[in-house]
Design a protein around this ligand. Structure first.
Ligand code: ZN
Length: 331
């Protein structure tokens, strides 16, 4: 059995309903899954495709270890097609649909279901939609076309009428907040804040948080590089960053220092975690000494512990000291 839940809790009822239809061979050929963006439709469609392709589903869940499940986890199952615009926001084109028709013409290679997940279906241009029409009626046996749409009103009525329309539920605040808190390991207050920005769409909120993280890390690392090049000072940078998630900053810094230690032992890019920072890390590794490096690592560890134990340190001073230690590596 797969140990992590495949679907978000607010879609469990829908999942069980469709899984039961599948178990009783009552699934339609084409389903149009509709609802707001960022509430879990695409993940649901992919998980449901997984269930259909599994050779030994159990309790409405894929087994996780049959040949079909293995192919899915390696990301190339021959009986699953995932159709989406080649560029975000662009149209799904007729050539893509023609390839799909070719796929539908062949029999299933793993001897079971064939599944097509298309999203967002409203991005099909008119030619693409027309090309798909006939296949929506008769895609062949044991075949499911799963069209995901955030704006079904934009679909051609002839497409809509050939699918069984299934509304994807919007989570209540009581469902969304705990899910997001648990997914990101953040505090309830921050989760609530993210959900307000995304109008209650939890997956959109998760993406927003993760993207924010990426640019936050990029900003921090750029700051460290500027420090080495004397484009900024430890005081200025600490002032800019001390109100941020300090524990996270320290974790990133720790990981950079460990990489430098690795590079000193062996200047092989593949062995480090922050491969995107190889140039800067390698330059530091060449200039610094092991004594300086390990004393900064020790200091950083001590500060991490005091932060975690909430000793209420002077955050700005703490960060400033560590940043001075960072510059000190190459001076
Ligand atoms: Zn399986």
């Amino acid at each position: 059995m797969i140990d992590k839940p495949l679907v978000v809790p607010w879609a469990e009822t829908l999942w069980n309903k469709l899984a039961r239809q599948h178990a009783e061979s009552r699934l339609p050929h084409a389903i149009l899954l509709t609802g707001h963006t960022g509430i879990g439709k695409i993940e649901f469609a992919q998980a449901f495709a997984h269930l259909l392709l599994c050779h030994q589903p159990h309790n409405h869940q894929p087994c996780g270890h049959c040949r079909s499940c293995e192919l899915l986890s390696s990301g190339n199952h021959p009986d699953l097609v995932y159709l989406h615009p080649t560029e975000a926001g662009k149209a799904i084109k007729v050539d893509q649909v023609r390839e799909l028709l070719q796929f539908l013409h062949n029999t299933a290679q793993q001897g079971g279901y064939r599944v097509v997940v298309m999203e967002p279906a409203e991005n099909m241009n008119i030619n693409a939609a027309n090309a798909l029409l006939k296949s929506l009626e008769e895609p062949g046996n044991n075949t499911l076309l799963l069209l995901v749409s955030h704006q079904p009103g934009q679909l051609m009525p002839t497409i809509r009428s050939r699918c069984q329309q299934v509304g994807f539920p919007m989570p209540s605040a009581d469902q969304a907040a705990p899910w997001l808190t648990q997914q990101l390991g953040i505090e309830a207050e921050r989760a609530g804040q993210l959900l307000r920005i995304t109008r209650g769409a939890p997956l959109k909120a998760r993406l927003l948080y993760q993207t924010d993280r990426v640019s936050f890390r990029a900003g921090f690392v750029t700051g460290l590089a500027d420090l080495l090049k004397a484009r900024t000072t430890a005081v200025t940078l600490a002032e800019k960053l001390y109100k941020e998630d300090l524990l996270q900053l320290l974790e990133w810094m720790y990981s950079l220092l460990v990489d430098i230690a690795r590079l000193q032992a062996d200047s092989e890019t593949l062995k480090i975690s922050n491969a995107d920072m190889f140039k800067m890390l390698n330059a530091v590794a060449k200039k610094t000494t092991a004594v300086k490096l390990y004393s900064l690592i020790d200091q950083l560890q001590a500060e991490r512990i005091s932060l975690m134990e909430r000793h209420n340190p002077n955050r700005q001073l703490l960060l400033e000291t560590l940043l001075l230690g960072w510059v000190g590596l190459v001076r």
